[in-house]
Design a protein around this ligand. Sequence first.
Ligand code: G4P
Length: 526
Amino acid sequence: MSSIAQEVGKRRTFAIISHPDAGKTTITEKVLLFGHALQRAGTVKGKKSGQHAKSDWMEMEKERGISVTTSVMQFPYADALVNLLDTPGHEDFSEDTYRTLTAVDSCLMVIDAAKGVEERTVKLMEVTRLRDTPILTFMNKLDRDVRDPVEVMDEVEEVLKIACAPITWPIGMGKNFKGVYHLLRDEVILYRSGQGDRIQEVRRIAGLDNPELNAVLGAWADDLREEVELVKGASHEFDLDAFLEGRLTPVFFGTALGNFGVDHMLDGLVEWAPTPKPRETESGIVSPFDETFSGFVFKIQANMDPNHRDRIAFMRIVSGRYEQGMKLRHVRLGKEVRVADALTFMAGDRERAEEAFAGDIIGLHNHGTIQLGDTFTGGPSFRFTGIPNFAPELFRRIRLKDPLKAKQLQKGLLQLSEEGAVQVFRPLRNNDLIVGAVGVLQFDVVVARLRSEYKVDALYEPINVATARWVTAEDPRVLEAFQSKCYDNVALDGSDNLAYIAPTMVNLQLAMERHPEVQFHKTKER
Ligand code: G4P
């Protein structure tokens, strides 16, 4: 059996961040191809072939062309074992995306080089900043007429406030895309079109001064030499510390569709991206090398696969060794549980995990006892911090078509809120159920899932709620007094935490001024 240190040293856990259509799905597919998890590209999405990624679990999502699930794919690459966490691409699911980004150690930013920095990428970068996550960059679609690479790099530096260190440099673009020059390896790697569905045999030419370059590239060879000289002078050199601190990003150029350049990025990931990092708990830091097992739940997903009608809690392992059948402490419940059947996610297929280490994700079957943010350990009681909920911005009252199904509705909503699919608030003064969401699409998903999973027909009514805040106070008596004074505006959320439901922002402002001893929170730590 290998040591924990060796196993941890092999792991790289990352996610892809990008604006829709930049090529995240295509890159995911090529990455899996290099990880030998796919035999032939064209199977992950393949709208044309009619096949869909395993994560497309609902008809509605397929129709809308988005993937709501966060799936996890593990594959070997070089000497490493890579975990790729898929982030939902639609902006409606920013909360889910955020939580997924708390479970990775690095990110790949994919940019459509014809478009440059787009709005969703800006937002996602803000999220990665909160933890100074190291970022690799892939400039995609060089097989098209893209913008001047220097200009796009400048834009990244200016808009995203991160220094760019080109690792490869493109030779031509569009119909004239010839390949890239690898600045660190001092070699030219030539591109051939029409090979996107496989791992290609590529031709490499060592050394920028190699006369062979002139024979192959003609006039492009001297242009390249000049350009590389300029680029070297004007851009940042790669600096490992700056990368690890999130201040500098290595930049790779290529085409995901043509499967060119993705392996250069993977080489960089394996060489430079951090191995699983330590994590904070309420009572100190846990090292990935600790012998004692620990992990936290960052995602709960229902019915990933129509053949398995269960809910899966995704746990990121922080330390120790998971072994099949081991006993874990469910810290919030203060209970020991035996985990006989955790799942690993070998490139989308759910397999039984026999062993897993820090950086890995395992899936626990959840029968309603696991919540987002829960900590599991091999014995001691401590809790990981930093898995938040965000105060919703949109609210609706949910109503049953058949009043006899009230219990079912409540159960369904509470379970969906545990998953983080939606938030639910129950006012103290009446029996309303208020659904709160960060994005409007969540409302449709909830009604569709209530129908298909809980056999409940529900509909929404508008409600006069502008915002919500979780409320706490040091002294429980203060909170009690607040509760009775503001009875009409106080509600319990899905986990029985007290929240203030405000009809207007002005109302919220006044409540805050009148009750300075009460804290109003925009986010709730799980
Ligand atoms: P996303 O997951 O980030 O939303 O992007 P996705 O990979 O689905 O790519 C969006 C579109 O861009 C797709 O075309 C895809 O084929 C195309 N694309 C991705 N990488 C490249 C590239 O390197 N070069 C070129 N020319 N195109 C690229 P589509 O027509 O919208 O979808 P499809 O019908 O091909 O599935």
